[in-house]
Design a protein around this ligand. Structure first.
Ligand code: SAH
Length: 227
């Protein structure tokens, strides 16, 4: 059973985009996951297939219509679809590695990409869309945010990454940022690899890595240590 992503967008040609390459692309080709972009404009109104209109109450920009978007959601994700319905949105709950793990363990996701000023509030309520943010900045559309979310999920699917995959050492997995990595050459521009890493003493190495992870987290993201 594959992890099934459906993406509702005004720009279906943006998919799979970068997710057609490397780890995610190989996994897509092998059927470990699937990606179905769906053009919201298929439900647009009139000769011009209009999907948006001016904001009630005035102001700049355009808003995606509730009726048009709801029709697209219903076509892609009828009642009984077990997949969570997400709306990429700067107002949403910030995406975390814990949430990514949770999504990756499920059947997939239906992901709505906003554009312009966003979408009519009523469709968020009426179709129970869960708003998800990828960070405190504003993108021009939800497509890149959807790619970010899917990339984070897909790399966790069984068989997508190598053995280091399940990555209990990785940033955020244990509430810490990751320790520093080194590889050859042993000396580079006068900088040596820390001696402990060449010692072959696995307990000492594990302790050193843990200390480094704690130091880096303390310096860069003290907020993570409070959790
Ligand atoms: N007027 C909105 C921003 C709209 S940006 C506001 O001020 O909140 C247009 C679309 O880009 C949004 O509907 C959303 O789908 C997407 N988007 C922008 N920033 C995002 C972010 N940080 N995370 C997830 N999606 C984002």
């Amino acid at each position: 059973m594959s992890w099934d992503a459906a993406v509702l967008t005004l720009f279906p040609d943006m998919f799979p985009g970068p997710l057609g390459q490397s780890l995610a692309g190989d996994a897509l080709a092998r059927g470990v996951w699937s990606l179905s972009p769906y053009d919201i404009r298929a439900h647009g109104l009139g000769r011009h297939r209009a999907v948006d209109d001016t904001p009630a109450g005035g102001g700049a920009g355009m808003v995606i219509r509730a009726d048009v978007l709801a029709a697209a959601v219903d076509a892609v994700s009828p009642a009984g679809d077990p997949r969570p319905r997400l709306l990429m949105s700067p107002r949403g709950t910030p995406l975390t590695q814990a949430r990514v793990r949770d999504l990756a363990a499920g059947p997939g996701a239906v992901i709505v990409c906003g554009r312009f000023e966003g979408v009519d509030e009523r469709v968020i309520e009426g179709r129970t869309l869960e708003e998800v943010s990828i960070g405190d900045y504003v993108l021009s559309g939800g497509e890149i945010a959807a790619l970010v979310l899917m990339d984070a999920c897909v790399r966790l699917l069984p068989g997508v990454m190598g053995k280091e995959a399940s990555g209990s050492d990785e940033s955020f997995e244990n509430g810490l940022l990751e320790y520093p990595h080194y590889t050859r050459p042993r000396d580079w521009e006068g900088r040596a690899i820390p001696e402990v890493l060449l010692s072959g003493d696995h307990a000492r190495i594990a302790r050193w890595r843990r200390e480094q992870a704690e130091r880096i987290t303390h310096e860069r993201r003290p907020d993570l240590l409070k959790g």
